[in-house]
Design a protein around this ligand. Structure first.
Ligand code: SAM
Length: 329
């Protein structure tokens, strides 16, 4: 943790500022110590350079496992494709120069979008509920402008009305209360601050025709290590067939997705077989392991933006299902 940004932190329960105690500083970063609410006495540990506001293990532990296992898989410099950069730019529509601005990221996973946000020159304040924060720290922890904590979107441990921008990609449907999670985000924006987020799309056809929803009752929340090794076996056995199916014009990759063999051959044309298989392992885990997978309709997502009092609302089908943008008044 970069000590320069301690003043941004708040006790997620009382909203009080926190005082640093018993710190161990290594190369100018706080490696260990406690953040204490001086009024209530509540202590939050700093472990491995990261302040922890939630239990280290929780309902998102499967995500922690997958993002630590695949901590670089979806980074653009690993895949050699600009998929994260492209999605960050298209989904936020923000300037690529945000120098001096404060940007909040909710649910960072391995941190591929943290990297993109840092490239804008912004001070990026990022959190995730799982120990995926360790994976993010491995890639982005060196950066002067990063503040990274393990925390929940329902109890965000930062000053309210502080941020110029906030984004939340691939997260809302994986919480127990997607609407509550969404409605909490604008509270951290300044007047004029901008929010960009997305959510899986719900419609009957998708539901009925998505075998992942038939399989999930048997896999969600299961021991991540065991589930992952079963997924690897399944993908390895099915891979020769997946390669053939992919060749079916137009619909090949979609058939593979239905077989729970996430197929990125369209998004990563000419990628090596090894790369495509890595993405398949990762995304099959992402489909089957999460405790919650609660897609929403376009209308519902738009209503959340209205309920939050946002203006300039733009909600439409896009990355990951439905994407939305809005501005705080
Ligand atoms: C599908 S991943 C998306 C990660 C990243 N945004 C990306 O797109 O690469 C969903 C993430 O949401 C996080 N998450 C789930 N519930 C959360 C909560 N209550 N607060 C913060 N993050 C949460 C998970 O730990 C996981 O890393």
């Amino acid at each position: 943790m970069n000590p320069n940004y301690l003043s941004l932190l708040r006790c997620p329960k009382s909203n009080h500022s926190l005082v640093l105690k018993d710190e161990v500083v290594v190369n100018g970063r706080i490696k260990e110590g406690s953040l204490v609410d001086p009024l209530s006495g509540t202590r939050y540990p700093i472990v491995n350079f990261i302040p922890r506001f939630v239990p280290l293990e929780n309902y998102a532990s499967g995500f922690g496992f997958q993002w630590n296992k695949h901590f670089r898989t979806q980074y653009d410099d690993t895949s050699s494709y600009n998929t994260s950069k492209y999605r960050f730019e298209k989904e936020t529509k923000w300037s690529n120069n945000l120098t001096g601005q404060f940007v909040l990221e909710a649910g960072s996973g391995s941190g591929r979008f943290t990297t993109e946000a840092l490239k804008t020159g912004a001070i990026v304040v990022s959190f995730d509920y799982s120990n995926a924060v360790e994976a993010n720290y491995k890639s982005n922890g060196y950066h002067e402008n990063l503040v990274l904590v393990q925390a929940s979107i329902f109890e965000i441990p930062f000053e309210k009305a502080r941020f110029d921008k906030a984004f939340c990609f691939g997260v809302l449907q994986h919480t127990p209360d997607p609407e509550g999670a969404f409605l909490n985000l604008p509270r951290y924006l300044k007047a004029g601050g901008k929010l960009a987020s997305d959510v899986y799309v719900k419609n009957l056809t998708k539901w009925v025709l998505q075998p992942k929803y038939w399989v999930r009752p048997f896999t969600k929340g299961k021991d991540p290590e065991k589930l992952y090794s079963r997924i690897v076996k399944y993908v390895d056995i099915m891979w020769p067939l997946a390669r053939l199916i992919r060749k079916i014009p137009k619909i090949g990759p979609s058939i593979n997705w239905k077989l729970i063999l996430p197929d990125y051959s369209r998004e990563l044309p000419n990628a090596s077989d090894v790369t495509l298989k890595e993405w398949t392992y990762l995304d099959a885990m992402d489909m089957l392991s999460p405790m919650y997978d609660l897609p929403q309709t376009l209308q519902t997502f738009r209503e959340w933006h209205q309920k939050a009092g946002l203006v300039d609302i733009d909600v439409h089908y896009g990355f990951n299902g439905i994407e939305g943008r809005g501005t705080k008044v």
